[in-house]
Write a protein that binds this ligand. Sequence first.
Ligand code: GLY
Length: 339
Amino acid sequence: MSVLQLDLGADSYDIVIERGALQRAGELLNLDRKVLVLTDNGVPAEYAQTVASQAKDGYVFTVPQGEDSKSIPTFSRVLSEMLRLGFSRKDAVVAVGGGVVGDLAGFAASAYMRGIDFYNIPTTVLSQVDSSIGGKTAVNLDGIKNIVGAFYQPKKVLVDLDLLATLPDRQISNGLAEAVKMSLTSDKELFELFEKGNIKENMDEIITRSLMIKKAVVEQDEKEQGLRRILNFGHTIGHGVESFEHLNGLYHGECVALGMIPMVSDELRPRLIKVLESLRLPTSVELNADEVYAAMTHDKKGEGDSVTVTTVSKPGTFTMKKVQFKDLYPMIQMIGRSV
Ligand code: GLY
């Protein structure tokens, strides 16, 4: 077991990295109260049940798998359920699932009675390395991702790598794209570990090192005023690709993989492409550059006709700069095969 403490003053919390932590949730978390365990129907049902059964008064609430559950109507259903069950300010919400469940559960916990305790038990690589820590919670509205939400830190995060055993390989690679992202900006040795291969054997180290990067970034810039933007490395073009209607079949991490390629130096690009290929992540995609460009310029992180992007020339280093959207157009073409 290892424990990382995310230091945010009064909002500090532990990230417990331990195989089998799910079975010890009752010891590791304060479940001696009413507990709503939020999960989705893509997560093995016994995971949420295991947590609920360790609570004094545990209830499982299951939403449909997928991004559509990150909505105001689902958020409202979760709150109504807590109200119906008589939840008080002293009770708690536990997320058992990936990014969608974590975002929804965290936002519901932040809003119910102006904020009740929230714990996160991420069950995907993507949520274990990235979205479960740092306190970003949100739902989507009118087709815009994460436009309604709050910074609301969990009280504890349990990272149990045994929960990844049931994940399909494509989902594992999807999450590892975010770990590659963090290695490029912040940890040369982690990038070299990806270059060496043996990913499955090195999973504990990959996840722990990624969490250490994320922790350090969030500690310095919780509310994304500056440094935290490096976590959006690859996401500007990536989000454009993700919103492009014909490509909805691509997962978030796959879009981030594509989005990183134009943002690294010419020297580094072949090394990155080799790593992405070894993880079976896409390195080019059929797209219509005009449509991706249009989607990208609607990204909420834009500042008028420009956006701040992160670029990487050598692993473990980064530069942030403001660029005109129009300068990104040729970069979209770099990863595109025209339709
Ligand atoms: N996943 C990006 C962030 O937490 O800031």
